[in-house]
Design a protein around this ligand. Structure first.
Ligand code: HEC
Ligand code: HEC
Length: 361
């Protein structure tokens, strides 16, 4: 069982994307997507298959469709009226949803083992013939003996960024950054941080988007079109703020466990699973050689497979005795960008701590 898990992880890393694997994601490890509030059938106009799925999953499922088929919303929709059935692809997709539910029901005891991506794997049309020149199988990773403890890995991380005393001396940061989009557009960003509180302002040509975390919930607002965040997105904004510049991960998670050694881009990493008091579980990956945190993932289960939020941290650089990641890559189905930190001002006074609170409308 263990070997299967490892090879699945290795394959996922080779392709750099996550396909529908559930094998080692236990219930306790994921944000539970239990029914809360209205269903899709209650909230939307023209629903024939996803009727009983919680409405808060609709956006996540649609983004999973986009990423699984390598398309955008207009592939299936008249984007002026999403309830319209005029596109043949939307009708096909309905049949595909039914088929996927049936496969899981009839062949996997109702467990959501197969999703759109299991067959499509990023393409509109799956290929039935096997690849005659498959990428080389990655060698199985030899597991460390004895296994390191979570505490040792966390202590290495703290030491790698500068150690407890230096970390304690940096109480706030004022940061200049830029955000690089997949189409190579960039936007200027300003970031304020104090403890686990964070505020990020992104200046788009047409709107200013501000997101933050002020000690309870994550929030995100726009001075243009209104944004609709699910509770999953709010939790993700909160977690990304709490983890970003904070090597004391025990202050974020109530339970942290060692899982195994794997690889990211050919570099050995340790995987820890970390659970918050609200029972939301993340996966934290640490570079074995440098000790740095290099990746964090949160997974939500939807009716059509896992939705993965992923953040990669790299290019750690020293500012005031403490190293912070200056390249932060954010990816989830439908979202992909790279944040580059260019300037950091240490311990600049943040006069009004309300900058970290959600602005009143
Ligand atoms: C592969 C096809 C496909 C793609 C791509 C897709 N959708 Fe859908 N979408 C559907 C199907 C099928 C339904 C109807 C589901 C049902 O009947 O149960 C639907 C329903 C919807 C609805 C509900 C409309 C209503 O009121 O009845 C919305 C809103 C929606 N999609 C938005 C989006 C957005 C936004 C995107 C891009 C992020 C997107 N979809 C991408 C297939 C797709
Ligand atoms: C068991 C494998 C399998 C699964 C699972 C699967 N598909 Fe497909 N899908 C196919 C195959 C094969 C085709 C091509 C059929 C053809 O060419 O006639 C296809 C075609 C499609 C098409 C038409 C593409 C086009 O270019 O017109 C859409 C849309 C689609 N699938 C959406 C989905 C969605 C959405 C899901 C998940 C709910 C899904 N599929 C799950 C195998 C699968």
């Amino acid at each position: 069982m263990r070997n299967i898990k490892l090879s699945i992880v290795a394959v996922a890393m080779v392709f750099g994307v996550f396909f529908a694997w559930n094998g080692w994601v236990t219930k306790a490890q994921t944000q539970t997507a239990q029914s809360q509030g209205p269903t899709i059938g209650q909230q939307f106009k023209n629903i024939k298959v996803l009727n009983d799925v919680p409405a808060e999953q609709l956006g996540k499922i649609m983004n999973i469709f986009n990423a699984s088929l390598g398309v955008d919303c207009a592939f299936c929709h008249n984007t002026k009226d999403y309830s319209s059935d005029e596109k043949r692809e939307k009708q096909t997709a309905r049949n595909m949803i039914r088929m996927t539910f049936d496969i899981n029901k009839n062949s996997f005891n109702g467990r959501p083992q197969v999703s759109c991506n299991s067959c499509h794997n990023g393409h509109e049309e799956p290929t039935a013939a096997p690849n005659l020149w498959p990428p080389a199988e990655e060698a199985e990773i030899k597991q460390p003996d004895p296994k390191p403890t979570a505490d040792q890995i966390l202590a290495n991380y703290l030491a790698a960024v500068g150690g407890k005393d230096k970390v304690a001396k940096v109480t706030s940061r004022q940061i200049t950054a830029s955000r690089l989009e997949p189409d190579n557009k960039t936007e200027a960003e300003e970031i304020w941080q104090k403890g686990q509180n964070l505020r990020i302002v992104t200046n788009y040509p047409t709107a200013v988007i501000t997101e933050g975390f002020g000690g309870s919930n994550g929030w995100k607002v726009s001075n243009g079109p209104e944004l609709h965040l699910t509770r999953f997105d709010e939790a993700e904004i909160a977690r990304s703020a709490q983890v970003l510049f904070n090597p004391d991960l025990r202050s974020v998670y109530t339970k942290i466990d060692y899982r195994f050694e794997g690889q990211i881009d050919g570099r050995p990493v340790y995987l820890l699973t970390a659970t918050t008091a609200a029972n939301q579980a993340d996966r934290l990956y640490f570079d074995v050689a440098t000790g740095f945190l290099v990746r964090r993932q949160s997974v939500i289960r939807t009716a059509l497979g896992p939705f993965v939020y992923e953040t990669d941290y790299s290019d750690y650089k020293d500012f005031g005795g403490v190293k912070i990641p200056t390249t932060i890559k954010v990816a989830q189905p439908g979202v992909r960008f790279t944040r580059k930190i260019t300037k950091v001002k240490i311990n600049a006074p943040i006069a009004d701590s309300s900058v970290f609170n959600e602005p009143k409308k």
